[in-house]
Write a protein that binds this ligand. Sequence first.
Ligand code: 28F
Length: 640
Amino acid sequence: MTEKVEHSYNAEDIQVLEGLEAVRKRPGMYIATTSEKGLHHLVQEIVDNAIDEALAGFANEVRVTILPGDIVSVEDNGRGMPTEIHEKTGISTVETIFTVLHAGGKFGGGAYKVSGGLHGVGASVVNALSEFLEVYVYRDGGIHYIRFENGGNTVKPLTRIGECDISKSGSKIIFKPDPTIFTETTVFNFDTLRDRLRQMAFLEKGIKIILRDERLQPPTEITFHFEGGIKEYVAYLNKNRTPIQKDIIYMEGAEEGISAEIAMQYNNGYQSAIYSFCNSINTQEGGTHEEGFRNALTRVINNYAKNVGAIKNEEETLLGEDVREGLTAIISVKHPDPQYEGQTKTKLGNSEVRKIVSQIMGERLERYLMENPDEAKIIVEKAVVAAKARLAAKKARELTRRKNALEISSLPGKLADCSSTDASISEIYLVEGDSAGGSAKQARDSKYQAILPLRGKILNVEKARQHKIFDNNEIRSMITAFGCGILDDVDTSKLRYHKIIIMTDADVDGAHIRTLLLTFFYRFLKQAIDGGFIYIAQAPLYKVTKGREIRYAYREEEMDGIKAELGDRLNIQRYKGLGEMDPEQLWETTMNPENRTLVKVEIEDAMEANEIFEMLMGEEVEPRKNYIIENAKFVVNLDI
Ligand code: 28F
């Protein structure tokens, strides 16, 4: 129950209440979703305001604390929000910031507002979507406090509630997201907050960010503080890789109020991990800063390679993919008025940035190569070897194409195709092993279900140069069967099946094959993942029978329920592999669209996916071992 607050409501105030009411009515207009991702966006918004106070030069520490009861607290040691009362409205600045949409705006001093995932919806949206929100301002030796409830209703105007040391200043916000809005979950995920806060600390060098979790005793606390900024970020990313350069190349510059900094270091792998940011937003879809970076990198390394005679003719010119092989890089730009484009608004569109980044790179990288001939030699040699491998594979491919030029580009022999040519209803099952493949061919509905049996292990493309894959029959069969090309030439409108379903045994080998396939899709057919065409079939783990009653369990945790339902004296069969099921059962449990469960493969965070594939499938054993040890506790019933 909120006590009636006595002060005059004028037209502007009415607009204020409508503002927050509108947010509660259509939260999706202000934060992309009210799912777990949207829940964490709220924290992001408040943290961004604290980071902005640091970027303005008045704070150097941000503390985020997760409290019991799905409550979070964010505080900074900045100036503390202004506490004066607006003489006209009788409303304090603080109350305005939290009750008027987009009232936060840019702070003085020309600092950039880092905007959260949704580009700075502001503190008032967080308030509108919170069951309660409290603000403590430490300023001028006083502690000022205001509390809002049920989506931003002021319970008590800003009041001076106590004294603090004159030297202490800052803002602290405590809020509890509203469970009637965040119906999926209101539980904060420590790892999600940790990863984003670590990233912010790398991107905003010098700011100390502390994350504390008080939900369990003893509390856990982690501090991020990187004076080296994005140089330390590259070192952190390369800890899962083997650097081939002793130092990390760092370049920075600014022009027309736009600043850019780049850090890069080559490793001995074949994958590139190039991540770009604008005002601390991870521009996953790239944009003009990444284009400027790529253009300059290719230009500068080609020029240097020609000058030192590492490449002698046009044909040996290095392509972008050659100079990006094994490169880890962070590109971070600050822009006062960023334009975001793309499907998820994470592609930077400002055209002037391309030239600025390209110029900074052009000058600084060229100078670095001239001043560090040993490092330059390593970099150029790696690119030249990559180019030679590419050319050799191209010739090999042309040869194979010329050899069977007389044959039509035949579909792989092992493919049991479906009769329908309508891709939108057609499915292809990638089945592990010939026995399961055989039973899948019998089980399927051949009108729209094709089967491609895969023999043995698929090549681990993570550890191979792109062109190596053409030597692998399994991969070639899949590429031919899908019909949509690979890498940059993928055209999903040519995809012959709109469902590519991975169906492997529910054992360790099956999991390995599935991971190898996912690595192939991620590295060579990412558009098929982004387009939602890749699925994983869910085969049952157990068949439970009692008399004529049959139940299938797809996960361990379903067994208790089934046992409770059927009682004791049950016959329980543990399926070791798909081959143990007869075609009838395989159809009923795993392939029949009426009963089957398919898991769609989706990539929520491109950067996280890239790092996970590198760690799971890449050269380095140590990171994989650590990951397994760290996560072994989550593995249930591992049958070796
Ligand atoms: C826990 C989250 O939100 N910190 C903030 C400040 C400081 C000032 C400020 C904020 C209204 C529109 C200017 C103080 N003194 N942490 C935070 N710290 N907002 S939010 O001003 C907001 C004004 O823009 C501040 C002098 N100038 C600005």
